[in-house]
Design a protein around this ligand. Structure first.
Ligand code: GLC
Length: 753
């Protein structure tokens, strides 16, 4: 009995201690808030662009600008600004970052309240703006790896290198669903499927935050862009989207819900509008849905200039002051203004006039200060010396190569032409052959990623790697290192020289672009690249096509005459090495598409389309039309091994209520070399009260098998894999027939909820 009482006593002391500490924490923040003037509170809700505080206002001319200390002092001491983002141009050395951040925090420490500045940066495939950082494949390529632990490892490295730079808030991950390949930010997504995006996005969040935000190996994540940004009607960035509530719940919300459950600390809002409602203005989306329904308790930041754009672009606010009132009432905590003091001035006035209660801004200020406290900024706002040792480590390059290799997708291999023999002659053609910008894409040492001169000196183009690997007389190539140089679109060799060549390798696709500058009017590959491909085909040689692109550009004009096709997406700093390794068999590819690759611009469908789109109809004249006819399917991807899936079995043919079904199947590597195999598991709902998709991804695994090896693989499913949402986000569990599909194996079962 005494023992029990002493345990109870210890428990009570312990819990009261926890409550006391928590109250202390809140007291610290509450005490600070109580000391703050309205101007100081509004300042904490204000984020400015470093470029605005520099000597020149031209943000994107790619030139490094000097920080203007008077502008910096004015921002921090007079406007009490609490957050700054970006660089003033392109990437800085880590030493320059430390100097700038120390200058900024020094000024903050001279203010009465000494509230540290929260610095934010975009590091969406490695650390964009720090020279010497490691750039990884973009998300659209990482999704092809089907390797969640790899994604978390990459996030951990990005967190370490961001923190080593002195920065503790990363505007990442992108959790938008890639439903429209025309959209110029398609490469930033993990593809078209909500389950895959949810899985990968959660790994990024854990990679950034799992060690605890005060740890110098962590950064605060910022899931984005909530919500419905990625499916504009026209495919053009920041234009109107019409997305039903059911589609929002089925396709766009799950990845954010998963990230909230994974502990995401902040969220950035979609610049555009859904169904005529600008998301930054929507109390329904930002408070009722995000806060009350999805339970998000972290900090909400706007995207670039998106409050003023309620007036200037969306035209729902009659003045900039009205725009601030609308956005704050919707639920915004911090405004990425970022190039003026308008937000500060209007919000102070709105609070002074009582149009916005001070209690409302206290909520936002509390979230912001709590985040700064969690990040350890109050204890030490300066770049942490112990973080510095985690920068530019050799093993990061190995990880970048490994992830680039796993991100490559071998889509066609006619008569097993790949891998190529290493003792032949190769004609290398195409604009992506000799430039780093194509391999790295957006957010690569500059916003657009298209400045070849800001890439690391030791960066390797595909031509560089060929020159390192092969004799001079094996390579024919005159590719220029400026992507759009006209020389890159012609075959500038004599017939005699071409006759001596064994293989033509075409490196086509897109040059780097970010956001609206990447808008296009046609998903087809550029005309001059299609013409180059046709000229290459007319040589009569065996042709290998490597597509280096952020989105699936249409190649159906010539693809049937190509022998081998590789989709490289944007493979990052070690992409050239990975591509050459694949072509010559130095590793066995395993990547599988995370999106549908369209064959025609008028036939853009995702794999989870409705039965209506899948149906082939026959006209009276027997002409068949309709159907799902992509160039390549979601999940497509070949190997240098040969794999089969067989013996699909279900542990029961009826699933009742909360029971589970074990799904087992055999995977065989009947090829001659060891290899990895990505397995996607789909579930089909045969009939439902809302038109069901033809199938939905509900599980995936990456399996390694030695040559000749067989393995039994298992998934487990339950009712949570079988529901669908109604327009209010209510999960509907309906009785009926379902099927499990793994490659060509299909097994049905009956579900009774
Ligand atoms: C950009 C992007 C957003 C980014 C922000 C800050 O416009 O929409 O993804 O995080 O501005 O650079």
């Amino acid at each position: 009995m005494i023992l029990k009482q002493s345990f109870l006593h210890i428990f009570l002391v312990f819990t009261s201690l926890i409550i006391h500490i928590d109250l202390c924490a809140q007291n610290d923040i509450d005490i600070l808030i109580n000391k703050m003037s309205i101007e100081e509170k509004v300042g904490q809700m204000t984020q400015l662009n470093l470029g605005f505080l520099s000597s020149s206002t031209n943000q994107h001319d790619g030139k490094i600008k000097q920080i203007d200390s008077n502008k910096l002092i004015n921002a921090i001491k007079n406007y009490h600004v609490g957050s700054i983002l970006n660089t003033a141009g392109t990437a800085y050395s880590i030493e320059k970052w430390h100097k700038i951040l120390t200058q900024i925090q020094d000024i903050a420490m001279t203010t009465e309240l000494q509230i540290p500045i929260l610095y934010g940066i975009d590091a969406i495939h490695g650390v964009t703006y720090t020279k010497g950082s490691t750039l990884f494949p973009h998300n659209i390529g990482l999704a092809a790896t089907r390797n969640p632990s790899l994604i978390r490892e990459i996030a951990k490295v990005t967190a370490k290198e961001t923190r080593a730079s002195g920065i503790r808030w990363n505007f990442d991950p992108v959790l938008d669903i890639g439903r429209n390949p025309l959209w110029p930010r398609f490469c930033e997504t993990f593809g078209e499927d909500p389950y895959l995006v949810s899985s990968m996005g959660s790994e990024i969040i854990k990679g950034y935050e799992a060690d605890g935000l005060s740890n110098y190996t962590s950064v605060s994540s910022c899931m984005k862009h909530f919500i419905g940004y990625s499916d504009p009607k026209s495919g053009k960035d920041r234009t109107e989207a019409y997305i039903s509530d059911i589609t929002l719940w089925q396709k766009h919300i799950p990845s954010f819900k998963a990230a909230i459950d994974a502990g995401a600390s902040t969220i950035m809002i979609n610049s555009s509008m859904i169904n005529d409602v600008p998301v930054h203005s929507s109390y329904e989306l930002l408070t009722n849905l995000l806060r009350n329904n999805l339970g998000f308790k972290g900090m909400i930041v706007t995207d670039w200039e998106d409050i003023i754009r309620l007036h200037e672009r969306h035209k729902i606010a009659s003045s900039p002051r009205e725009a601030v009132k609308i956005a704050i009432n919707a639920g915004i905590d911090m405004s990425m203004v970022p190039n003026s003091y308008s937000f500060c001035e209007h919000l102070v006035d709105l609070v002074r006039t009582g149009e916005i209660p001070e209690t409302r801004i206290n909520y936002s200020v509390r979230r912001i200060l709590e985040l700064k406290k969690k990040l350890g900024l109050f204890n030490n706002p300066y770049p942490e010396k112990e973080a510095f040792k985690n920068f530019a480590l050799k093993e990061y390059k190995t990880l970048a190569l490994n992830s680039a290799e796993q991100s490559l997708v071998l889509l066609k291999n006619k008569n097993q032409i790949l891998p190529l023999p290493k003792d032949k002659k190769y004609l290398l053609l195409g604009p992506a052959t000799n430039c780093l910008s194509a391999l790295n894409g957006c957010w690569s040492y500059s916003w657009q990623g298209d400045k070849e001169n800001v890439y690391p000196e030791d960066g390797k183009t595909i031509l560089d790697v060929f020159k390192l690997r092969f004799k001079k007389n094996q390579i024919l190539c005159k590719a220029n290192n400026q992507y759009s140089n006209p020389k890159n679109f012609v075959i500038n060799f004599s017939e005699e020289e071409i006759n001596k060549v064994d293989y033509v390798i075409l490196f086509l696709g897109e040059n780097a672009y970010a956001e609206s500058p990447g808008n296009i009017n046609d998903l087809k590959l550029d005309y001059n690249q299609i013409e180059l491909a046709k000229k290459a085909i007319s040589t009569g040689k065996k042709i290998i096509l490597v597509l280096i692109q952020g989105r699936p550009r249409i190649i159906s004009d010539f693809s049937e005459n190509i022998d081998g096709i590789i989709n490289a997406s944007l493979p990052g700093s070690m992409g050239a090495q990975a591509i050459v390794n694949l072509i010559f068999g130095d590793f066995n590819p395993s990547g599988t598409l995370p999106f549908t690759y369209p064959a025609n611009t008028g036939d853009i469908l995702t794999y989870d389309h409705k039965n209506l789109s899948a149906m082939i109809r026959t006209a009276p004249n027997k002409r068949k039309y309709g159907g799902y006819n992509p160039e390549f399917k979601f999940g497509d991807g070949l190997s240098y091994s040969n794999f089969s899936v067989s013996e699909l079995k279900l542990s029961k043919d009826t699933l009742i209520k909360s029971e589970k079904i074990n799904v087992s199947f055999l995977v065989t590597n009947y090829g001659l070399i060891d290899g990895n195999k990505n397995i996607d598991m789909f579930i089909k709902d045969h009939f439902a009260s809302l038109a069901p998709d033809v199938k939905n991804l509900k599980g995936f695994k990456k399996v390694f098998l030695k040559a000749g090896e067989k393995k039994t693989i298992n998934f487990e499913i339950d009712k949570n894999d079988l529901f669908f949402y109604d327009e209010n986000g209510i999960k509907l569990f309906e009785e009926g027939i379902f099927s499990i599909q793994i490659e060509d194996e299909i097994k049905s079962f009956y579900f009774i909820p």
